[in-house]
Design a protein around this ligand. Structure first.
Ligand code: NAP
Ligand code: MG
Length: 402
């Protein structure tokens, strides 16, 4: 047994990923580690029963202890309110946790030799960071019914002359939108990206459309440049380069690039490009996600959801072949970080051994259906959900001599 010095905040979740969660803990974590798991059950019914207080408590616990690992959770919509008889459409747990930790989300694909990315040049992972504040996600919109004038007005709080811009003189129906962002949020995003790039020793790319948006997008560019300049010594010491270009230029370059970079995206670009990258690297089941707060707290999870369709098949007693790779990597990510923070190399080594066991299992030809469809060479064994985890456990026992 390896002892983990300080606690890890553990957040259980919903549906198929909850089934996987219990198997992973039972077969890959608890037999090997003496670890204090501070458990918060974010099952949608527990969130409903506690008026979502459990999510807030979990987020605060991550802030206190520095490391958390989270199972995928249902974000209730109207159908879920009906399905579970919820009191209300609770907010996305990830949004709640992100708001409390004020963090930035980084997504990184897990690469295996027999699942090649759609883009031939991608030989190393491309990590992506999405700025998670403002822009169209906090915009106000008007459906313009007919002729009229649209203006953008800023009124200074302390008095002074308002600034007014004519947006358009409508001669008929149309649409109108106003959006905003904040210097402090853009700066904190840039700082998080710089810290992540230094931690992982990868170059940092950032792009906007400052040729067209010479105030709004230019502000992002300028604040990024200022933050990079302020951290230039640390970037140089880590051998991390910074590259700024136009978003369309990045979109073209990324298709010819080998990877091994962090791509920082504005909110909308990150929404779109993260899904493009996940598909391009092979499967959502191979995409990991980590939320990093400015205070240095880390929360790890799989990027995918609760895999609802598989869960309904599981409930009917049918065999499922759901990929647990990203969930296992959430655990290994949290354990590795815990070990680094605690100065316990045996815990870090266990985390790397766990990741190695997963990759060797897949590269050895045992994989779940999502990968089997795209693997080259074709798999030796298409494993059911539990059989895959058992195969990983067998390799892990060999690796750590248990
Ligand atoms: P999803 O759970 O990511 O699944 C979408 C589809 O992707 C699945 O039906 C499956 O395709 C495939 N897939 C995803 N993960 C897989 C895995 N590990 N192994 C094999 N196949 C995998 O997204 P969703 O169905 O849109 O959302 C379901 C629930 O998850 C929703 O309630 C949503 O709110 C929630 N959600 C939570 C998070 C989070 O907690 N971070 C993120 C996203 C969504 P096939 O069915 O074709 O096999
Ligand atoms: Mg998206």
């Amino acid at each position: 047994m390896i002892t983990v010095k300080n606690p890890i905040v553990e957040m259980n979740g919903d549906e198929m990923t909850r089934v996987i969660w219990d198997m992973v803990k039972r077969k890959l974590i608890l037999p090997f580690l003496d670890v204090d798991l501070l458990a918060y059950d974010l099952h949608v019914m527990v969130r409903d029963d506690t008026e979502d207080q459990v999510t807030v408590d979990a987020a605060r616990a991550i802030a206190r202890h520095g490391v958390g690992v989270k199972c995928a959770t249902i974000t209730p919509n109207a159908a879920r309110v009906e399905e579970y008889g919820l009191k209300k459409q609770w907010r996305s747990p990830n949004a709640t946790i992100r708001a409390i930790l004020d963090g930035t989300v980084f997504r990184t694909p897990i690469m295996v030799a027999n699942v090649r990315p759609m883009v031939r040049s991608w030989t190393k992972p491309i990590a992506i960071a999405r700025h998670a504040y403002g822009d169209i996600y906090k915009s106000v919109e008007i459906q313009v019914p007919g002729p009229g004038k649209a203006e953008l007005v800023y009124t200074p709080a302390g008095g002074g002359a308002p600034v007014t811009h004519r947006v358009h003189d409508f001669d008929g129906p149309g649409v109108l939108m106003a959006m905003h962002n904040l210097d402090r949020s853009i700066r904190s995003f840039a700082q998080a990206c710089i810290a992540y790039a230094i931690d992982r020793r990868v170059d940092l790319w950032f792009a906007a459309k400052d040729t067209i948006s010479q105030t709004y997008h230019a502000r992002f560019r300028d604040l990024f440049h200022e933050e990079v300049a302020a951290h230039q010594d640390a970037l140089d010491a880590a051998g991390v380069g910074y590259f700024y270009t136009l978003i369309d230029d990045v979109a073209a370059r990324i298709m010819r690039h080998e990877g091994g970079i962090l791509w920082a995206c504005t909110n909308y670009d990150g929404d779109v490009m993260s899904d493009m990258l996940a598909a391009g690297f092979g499967s959502l089941g191979l995409m990991t996600s980590v939320l990093v707060s400015p205070s240095g707290a880390y929360e790890y999870e799989a990027a995918h959801g609760t895999v609802q369709r598989h869960y309904y098949r599981y409930l009917k007693g049918e065999q499922t072949s759901t990929n647990s790779t990203a969930t296992i990597f959430a655990w290994s990510g949290a354990l590795g970080r815990r070990g680094e923070l605690d100065g316990t190399p045996d815990v870090v080594a266990f985390a790397r051994a766990l990741e190695g066991a997963v990759i060797e299992t897949i590269e050895g030809g045992t994989m779940t259906g999502d990968l089997a469809r795209i693997a080259d060479p074709a798999p030796v064994e298409v494993a059911h959900t539990e059989a895959f985890i058992d195969a990983v456990a067998a390799r892990l026992r060999d690796a750590v001599g248990a």
